[in-house]
Design a protein around this ligand. Structure first.
Ligand code: MRU
Length: 345
């Protein structure tokens, strides 16, 4: 089961909105289908959004009919711009767009550029696969044998087109022979925890208990949660982290109860161009995600609704950030920079 597969002339993705009831694949032959899939969250999770966008850009490029490279480049910019408006918070999307732009610029002809874009999209996917596996293995040391781990949203293979981030560490710990139990927060309003995390962990035979988001404090107080691990959509220079709405509340609760709070993410989720979390763009989604449940209205017509898809956890609540290049702790501003520095040969 692969969240995203390139099939020679099309991108096949699992429609995550249909899970866990139905495993439905969607074949995208046009870049606009990929943009819609990202906006509708058929494909979601920061690394998976980046990989899908890279293939989507390649699809768009393959269909461009241009008389010369300059015309090709200018049409390709329109494809980049369309993807850039799809979801604003996950920085993996923007890193993927930049990688694709660089690949196209290096090519000297239209046909070379088309090949280079396809190769680069495959490389974006391969890099996420390698990074998520590596960070998962690095994170195993943080999980004690017998641990009960709380996670929020979904940060597994579906979200990463790889091994997973938060769930990757849990999977790797179990694979290393540790006994680990997971508490999955349902993650209102779109229920990625209840639908996707629960499904992925049950498929793997990893013990998982589903709770509503508001139960987390209760279980922390009872001593029934030993650590929290979440993924991230954007980690900025000082370590402040955007992740699914509700993450901040969990981090504050974890600190109050003396529980370690870990963020797991590939370096493609790090954005050193932003100094602090205040400047991270937060996606505001459709009010019907809050007023309706499975298509059924649950709130009175006309009610005012706020629906930010993400919140920012200030770095002071984060015990460590686990990446494929290593594990960063405070001072995050120095240590994240070190993790991203080019390696000396
Ligand atoms: O709105 P979503 O479902 O795309 O949000 C996903 C998350 O917040 C994940 O925790 C994050 O992208 C990390 S995925 C490894």
């Amino acid at each position: 089961m692969k969240a995203l597969q390139w099939l020679g002339d099309r991108l096949r993705l699992i429609d995550q909105t249909r899970l866990p009831h139905k495993l439905v694949y969607v074949d995208c032959r046009d870049y606009r289908q990929v943009v819609s899939a990202i906006m509708q969250m058929k494909v979601r999770g920061a690394p998976a959004i980046g990989v899908a966008a890279a293939y989507g850009i390649a699809l768009g490029a393959l269909k461009i009919k241009a008389k010369d490279k300059a015309e090709f480049d200018s049409q390709l910019e329109k494809v980049f711009a369309t993807f850039a408006t799809s979801r604003p918070t996950a920085v993996n999307l923007f890193h993927a767009i930049n990688r694709m732009r660089q690949a196209a610029l290096k090519a000297s002809s239209v046909s070379q550029a088309k090949q280079a874009l396809l190769d680069e999209a495959k490389q974006v996917q391969a890099d996420e696969e390698t990074a998520t596996l590596r960070l998962s293995q690095l994170g195993v040391g943080l999980i004690k044998d017998g641990a009960i781990v709380l996670t929020h949203c979904n940060a597994g293979p579906l979200a990463t087109a790889g091994y997973g981030t938060a769930l990757g560490i849990i999977r790797a710990a179990v694979a290393a022979g540790k006994k680990v139990e997971v508490i999955a927060a349902e993650t209102r309003p779109l229920l990625q925890g209840a639908r996707l995390t629960a499904w992925e962990l049950m498929q793997e035979g990893i013990a998982v208990t589903l709770i509503t988001d508001s139960m987390a404090g209760h279980f922390m107080k009872q001593g029934e949660i030993h650590c929290v691990i979440v993924g991230a959509d954007r980690i900025v220079a000082n370590g402040d982290t955007a992740n699914k709405i509700g993450t901040y509340a969990l981090a504050v609760l974890a600190k109050e109860h003396g529980i370690p709070f870990y963020v797991a993410a590939p370096t493609s989720t790090i954005d050193l161009s932003i100094a602090s979390g205040d400047a991270i763009p937060i996606e505001e989604r459709d009010p019907t995600e809050v007023t309706h449940f499975a298509g059924f209205r649950i709130a009175p017509k006309g009610i005012a609704v706020a629906n930010p898809a993400f919140d920012i956890t200030p770095h002071r609540y984060i015990t460590a950030i686990i990446t494929e290049n290593g594990i960063a702790q405070e001072p995050f501003d120095q240590n994240l920079k070190r993790l991203l520095a080019p390696k000396e040969v």
